[in-house]
Design a protein around this ligand. Structure first.
Ligand SMILES: [Fe+2]
Ligand SMILES: [Fe+2]
Length: 168
């Protein structure tokens, strides 16, 4: 996490107030998430319960990803604010570079697959009703149902914006 330390101590040069406010917000969130991550790790290691440790590890996976994304947002803000001639880690909305019809086709196809996935998970969830309070299985399927909703949100974003003019 050395890169983050350098990054937090070093706000973007020549940045606007908006940039600096957002920078402060993003980097302080990174610090908060790191504290949470350490808390979770300690809790997972100490517990006698394998079920609890298993679930906390799932949370940790998410928090690690959140941590990474916040760092990427902060770095991209910096690249942007300093007007450097390099691509930010979080790319610009360059959907326009792609063949619009092909992109929309692929997105629609993926949305169909996710919808099918959602239906299958729902059916699976019904099958698990009997063990819903005695195993972790139903919870895990519930989490996958939420992930599927997230995947659908990502694809809908692409579908909505792929046809528009880019801000490049
Ligand atoms: Fe988080
Ligand atoms: Fe999915």
């Amino acid at each position: 996490m050395g890169t983050m330390t350098d990054m937090t101590t070093d706000p973007p040069r020549g940045a606007s107030t908006w940039d600096l406010d957002l920078w402060t917000h993003l980097t302080s969130h990174v610090e908060a998430e790191r504290g949470l991550l350490e808390e979770y790790s300690a809790v997972a290691e100490q517990s006698e319960s394998k079920a609890f440790s298993y679930l906390v590890k799932l949370l940790i996976e998410d928090e690690v990803r959140h941590h990474r994304i916040f760092i990427e947002l902060a770095k991209s803000l910096k690249t942007d604010a300093e007007m450097r001639r390099e691509d930010p880690i979080v790319p610009y909305m360059d959907f326009v570079r792609a063949d619009r019809a092909a992109l929309l086709d692929a997105t629609k196809q993926l949305l169909v697959s996710e919808a099918r996935d959602a239906r299958e998970l729902k059916r699976l969830q019904r099958e698990l009703r009997d063990v819903k309070d005695t195993t972790l299985w139903s919870l895990l399927v519930d989490l996958m149902q939420r992930d599927t909703q997230k995947h659908i949100a990502i694809l809908r974003f692409v579908r909505k914006h792929a046809g528009r003019k880019s801000v490049l």
